[in-house]
Ligand binder design. Structure first.
Ligand SMILES: NC(=O)c1ccc[n+]([C@@H]2O[C@H](COP(=O)([O-])OP(=O)(O)OC[C@H]3O[C@@H](n4cnc5c(N)ncnc54)[C@H](O)[C@@H]3O)[C@@H](O)[C@H]2O)c1
Ligand SMILES: O=c1ccn([C@@H]2O[C@H](COP(=O)(O)OP(=O)(O)O[C@H]3OC[C@@H](O)[C@H](O)[C@H]3O)[C@@H](O)[C@H]2O)c(=O)[nH]1
Length: 327
């Protein structure tokens, strides 16, 4: 840019890096950020679980850039904000290559913090409710230290995210980096991978394909489900606010897996069977966010109820699976 041209601050663009932006939550976040004409958005992604298809409407846009990059390798790019979402979220995928998952969480977050330090960027980490492990305190407040197995099959993710949070706070205390930490609870919505193995995507795909809904034992375990548009709103409020977090972002509406299956059956395919199948080790028995901090510090709370969010996801899956609605 010509050094003689002074761009008034109110016109200067905000350069925003979204790692993992080709993924489920990331691509919805990009959609929202791009609505603001002052934002330039750069996505880096290795397409392990994400897809360029999720961003096709932005490719070629003058304020958007997509770079194939694995965050376990250093990255140098001039940005003002970093939304660090790069990490496989589905348990099936994060267990597929556990060493890579923990590298992504530890080395990937180290690389992004190094970048934030170098360019003076504010950085937000999408941590997870899994940092609470199999919680003994219910619902989970941010002050709860958790109950996590350090050597289990989920530890690459659960402990990986805990170390990522540790690194965020160490860079904050040692180098004064501006950090934001979101503890995201189960999130669902359009663009979830149809076969990524997560419960909401599984049940909807099974209902549409006429296959039995696979409730993993005991079926009484609970989760709380946040619709993706509420999640994106919460992440942006956290980034734009003045609080480091960690802050729980999730919907306190808690359901057993059996209740979820019955709801999907009722709303999408009343003929479909429900069957109980084996579960995997260390599956948390209960999970529900205490969102008092999000309400108080971000002025945020979820708006979309599960019974309103599921039909929106059904519509997306029908389109992608080519299954029309029965008259
Ligand atoms: N969806 C949820 O319920 C949920 C809950 C808690 C936390 N989170 C967190 O939110 C973030 C986004 O989750 P999501 O549901 O969109 O998952 P996702 O798997 O759809 O998205 C993750 C994205 O990161 C990319 N990625 C993975 N490893 C990478 C690497 N080493 N380098 C570059 N890119 C990489 C993937 O290709 C994908 O595009 C993740 O950090 C996840 O841990 C999600
Ligand atoms: O087909 C299925 C899949 C899953 N389940 C059950 O549904 C519950 C939720 O399982 P999911 O795989 O959807 O997700 P999890 O709750 O294990 O992890 C999820 O929340 C925490 C995030 O960090 C993870 O990224 C997200 O995937 C588990 O109890 C699981 O056993 C079923 O009953 N049937």
């Amino acid at each position: 840019m010509n050094p003689n041209i002074v761009v008034p601050p109110e016109q200067s663009n905000m350069r925003i890096l979204v790692t993992g932006g080709a993924g489920f939550i990331g691509s919805h976040l990009v959609d929202k950020l791009m609505e603001n004409e002052k934002n330039e958005v750069i996505v880096v992604d290795n397409y392990f679980t994400g897809s360029k298809d999720n961003l096709r409407k932005w490719i070629g846009h003058p304020r958007f850039e997509l770079i194939r990059h694995d965050v376990t390798e250093p990255l140098l790019i001039e940005v003002d904000q970093i939304y660090h979402l790069a990490c496989p979220a589905s348990p099936i995928f994060y267990k597929y290559n556990p060493v890579k998952t923990i590298k992504t969480n530890v080395i990937g977050t180290l690389n992004m913090l190094g970048l934030a330090k170098r360019v003076g960027a504010r950085i937000l980490l999408t941590s997870t409710s899994e940092v609470y492990g199999d919680p003994l305190i219910h619902p989970q407040p941010e002050t709860y230290w958790g109950n996590v197995n350090p050597i289990g099959v989920r530890s690459c993710y659960d402990e990986g995210k805990r170390v990522a949070e540790t690194l965020m706070f160490d860079y904050h205390r040692q180098h004064g980096i501006e950090i934001r930490i979101a503890r995201i609870f189960n999130t669902y919505g359009p663009r979830m991978n149809i076969d990524d193995g997560r419960v909401v995507s599984n049940f909807i795909a099974q209902a549409l394909r006429g296959e039995p809904l696979t409730v993993q034992k005991p079926g009484t375990q609970t989760r709380s489900f946040c619709y993706v548009s509420d999640m994106v709103d919460g992440l942006i409020r956290l980034m734009e606010g003045e609080n480091t977090g960690p802050i729980n972002i999730g919907n306190p509406g808690e359901f057993t897996m059996l209740e979820l299956a019955e709801t999907v059956k009722e709303l999408i395919n009343p003929e479909v069977e429900i069957k109980t199948v084996e579960n995997t080790p260390d599956d948390p028995r209960q999970r529900k966010p205490d969102i008092a901090k999000a309400k108080e510090l971000l002025g945020w709370e979820p708006k979309v109820k599960l019974r309103d969010g599921l039909p929106l996801m059904e519509e997306d899956f029908r389109l992608r699976l080519g299954v029309s609605k029965k008259k």
